[in-house]
Each structure stands twice: as structure tokens, then as C-alpha cells.
Design a protein around this ligand. Structure first.
Ligand SMILES: Cc1ncc(COP(=O)(O)O)c(C=O)c1O
Length: 402
């Protein structure tokens, strides 16, 4: 039987696939180290568990409104006011099954078939596939300058009559780079002038280092009604709640209405249990977020320090998230080959840059424990530094240079 062209055009998520590979190796008892992860360690906030439990204990868990529960939308409204200084109305807020679904329904709501969404390379793995799922064409652009910070001219060059939206993520997965306020400001006015949507994926906005302030699209926009800005956020990263699958979007109410219609035929509203968990996380004492943020900052510093021993890598210091996007091309330009080699030889899982549209790099994550990071980078240095000739101990195994 035939399978649809659209279905066949969608590649599998390489990051999720490699996570599975890691799980399988770990279950077999292999001494693997994960430097490719996309989720912080740590537990969900207590209030998230309490509120979920309370509802679960009643045994009455029904469908949620497709737009999300009122109490969680109220919490998101207040969250938006607290962190962005602009207060949406409830009609401006939709709760989705992860930021992932919020992004997808946003694209489905704005794209006509064949219309284009522009985003910078390297990009988060799901962006091109999401645009395709919404019948659009993904346009991943090269950047003029090194350092992963685009210029308006990078976007300008890619503009066509079919361009419908620009999609950005800052601080960024996979680079950890945060865009300066001047760029955000220019993007807000550029997209407005050209009649484009600006989709801002802000999922890492509170995981920022070095006492930097996170420049937000809302610093340069008056509000949500009539606005071309779609702000996407969620609980996965900030609260270490990836498995709870709650995200949201804040935008113009007529757009939100269409997103709700789309979502109503996909998943309906997210599970009320998980919306209770998200509510708990948002209204709980926020000290866990600061703890996570500062641990990630320490981990970043540790990883940067350890990587100094590889004198041929190129690194742009991340200002947020828990990723860095390291140029290993002097060692091996084919990132798939390099990542496979590191897993095979020293049992360290890394994410190949090819998955993010820019080869020659590996995405390294520092969301794990400090000792894992140390062990992982030590193994990586051993594998790549030609001057090291002595064998390496991994668990009970002794590994020799080829
Ligand atoms: C840039 C970016 N956007 C969105 C998501 C999806 O988040 P969620 O777990 O809320 O679906 C991720 C998760 O890895 C991400 O890195």
C-alpha cells in the first residue's frame, strides 16, 4: 500500500532516536555517558505533584477545554506579565501538549500551502519538519557572521513573496547563544514592516547565565491584540518537566482561536492532570528554577574548561540553555561519523551537527551531573588528542588507541 508523500517527507527526530539508543545501551549495562541530552535532571516542583495528585485522587479526570483550563491560562497570563511586563487577556493564551504542539498549531494557523518560514542555521531539529507538517516550506538560512548571531540582512536575503514567518529561538538550541536586544528589536520591526509573523520560541528564557538579562520580543512590542508576534513557552526546561508535556502560546486572539480549532481535532486540550502539574510549577516557590539555572551555569563553565585541552575545537561561549555547539571539523568534518565513532570507541553520546543543519559540529549538553560531564569530556579528549597514547579505562574495560 502507498504511504503519503507528506508522511514520507518527515524524517525521524535524530535527537529522540539517539536518546533511545542511549537507553538501550544503558539497559545492557554499557558504561555510556550522555552528552547529548535535552532535558535537565532534577525533580518536578512539589506543588506540581501535589496538585496532580489531588485531581487524580478524585478519580474524575475529563476532557479539558481545547484552549486549556481557565486556571492554567490565568497562571500563564500572570507568568507572562511577571517575566515580560505585558499582560495578555485569557483569549490570547492557548495551552498545548508541549511547546512542540504550540509551535505546530501556530504554523498550521499561519501557513498556506507552499508558504515559507525562515529560521537560522543551526536550528532545532523539529523546525523544518514542523513547517512541512503545516504544508509550508522550511527555509534554513546561513549566517554571514561567525558566532551564531544573525543579522537582519541574513533574513532579508531569504525573503520571497512566499515568506510568511520568521522563527527564532533565544537562548538557542543547539548553540546556547542568546540574541542581543538590538537584533530582537530589529526583527520585531522588520517582520512588522514586511507583514510577517515573528514566532519566538522562548522555551529557555529563564536559563540564562552571567547575570545577563534575556532580551524579549515583548520589550519592543506593545501587546498581543493585533500583534504579529507569537510567543511560545512551556514548562519542560525551566521546571525539569519534559515528560509532563505542557507548553503554550500567547498571540492575537483571532489567531489563537484558529489554533484552538486545529488543536481541538488533534489532541483536544492537554490532559487536565498535566495542566494541574504545570499550574503547580508556575505558582510554586520558584527557587528550584534558580537552582537549576546556577547549576547549569557551573556545568557550562566546567565543560568549557575541560574542552580547553582540545586545542583544535572552536567554541562560542553559550549564554544560556544547556547546550554548546562545538566545531570539531579540524578533527573530523563529518559529524555523523564523528558522533558514531565517539559512541563506539569511548561510549560517549553526542548529537551530530548534521541533525541541526550545520555539519562539522557536535552539540554537547551540560544538563547532566558534573562527574558525568568530566568523565564524558575526558573520554572525548582521549579519543581525539593524537598525543595521548596510553590506554583508557572505561568501567571494567581497557580501551587502546587504534
Ligand atoms: C528550541 C525548542 N523548542 C521547543 C522544544 C519543545 O519543548 P516541549 O517539551 O515543551 O514540547 C524544545 C525541546 O527540546 C526545544 O529545544
Amino acid at each position: 500500500m502507498e504511504i503519503s508523500k507528506l508522511g514520507l517527507s518527515i524524517g525521524e527526530s535524530m535527537t529522540l532516536k539517539l536518546n533511545e539508543t542511549f537507553g538501550i545501551l544503558k539497559a545492557k549495562g554499557e558504561p555510556v555517558i550522555h552528552l547529548g541530552g535535552g532535558e535537565p535532571h532534577g525533580k518536578a516542583p512539589l506543588k506540581a505533584i501535589e496538585l496532580t495528585n489531588e485531581l487524580l485522587q478524585t478519580g474524575v479526570v475529563r476532557y479539558s477545554p481545547s484552549i486549556g483550563t481557565k486556571e492554567l491560562r490565568e497562571a500563564v497570563r500572570d507568568y507572562t506579565y511577571k517575566f515580560y511586563g505585558k499582560k495578555p487577556e485569557l483569549k490570547n493564551v492557548i495551552i498545548s501538549t508541549g511547546a512542540k504542539q504550540a509551535l505546530l498549531v501556530a504554523m498550521q494557523a499561519v501557513l498556506n500551502p507552499g508558504e515559507e518560514v525562515i529560521f537560522p542555521k543551526p536550528y532545532w531539529v523539529s523546525y523544518p519538519e514542523m513547517v512541512k507538517l503545516a504544508n509550508g516550506n522550511p527555509v534554513a538560512i546561513d549566517l554571514k557572521n561567525p558566532g551564531f548571531i544573525p543579522e537582519i540582512s541574513d533574513f532579508e536575503k531569504a525573503l520571497t513573496p512566499k515568506t510568511r514567518a520568521i522563527l527564532i529561538n533565544s537562548p538557542n538550541n543547539p548553540t546556547g547563544i542568546m540574541y542581543p536586544g538590538s537584533l530582537i528589536k530589529d526583527l520585531v520591526s522588520f517582520t512588522k514592516e514586511k507583514g510577517l509573523y515573528l514566532i519566538m520560541d522562548d522555551i529557555y528564557h529563564r536559563l540564562v547565565f552571567d547575570n545577563l538579562k534575556h532580551p524579549s520580543v515583548l520589550d519592543y512590542a506593545s501587546g498581543f491584540e493585533g500583534s504579529h508576534i507569537i510567543l511560545v513557552n512551556g514548562i519542560s526546561k525551566t521546571y525539569a518537566m519534559t515528560g509532563f508535556r505542557i507548553g503554550w502560546a500567547v498571540a492575537d486572539s483571532s489567531l489563537i482561536k484558529v489554533m484552538v480549532n486545529l488543536q481541538s481535532h488533534q489532541t483536544g486540550g492537554p490532559s487536565p492532570l498535566l495542566q494541574k502539574a504545570a499550574l503547580g510549577a508556575i505558582i510554586d516557590d520558584q527557587s528550584g528554577v534558580e537552582e537549576l539555572r546556577s547549576t547549569l551555569e557551573e556545568n557550562r563553565n566546567l565543560m568549557l574548561e575541560l574542552l580547553k585541552r582540545l586545542d583544535k575545537v572552536k567554541i562560542y561561549k553559550p549564554s544560556g540553555t544547556f547546550y554548546m555547539y562545538v566545531d570539531f571539523s579540524a578533527y573530523e568534518p563529518d559529524s555523523m561519523k564523528l558522533s558514531a565513532y565517539l559512541l563506539e570507541k569511548v561510549k560517549v553520546l553526542t548529537m551530530p551537527g548534521k541533525a541541526f543543519g550545520l555539519d562539522g559540529h557536535l552539540r554537547l549538553s551540560y544538563c547532566g551531573e558534573a562527574d558525568e560531564i568530566t568523565e564524558g569530556i575526558n573520554r572525548l579528549v582521549w579519543a581525539l588528542d593524537e598525543n595521548i597514547t596510553e590506554p583508557l579505562e572505561i568501567g571494567t574495560q581497557t580501551i587502546f588507541k587504534d
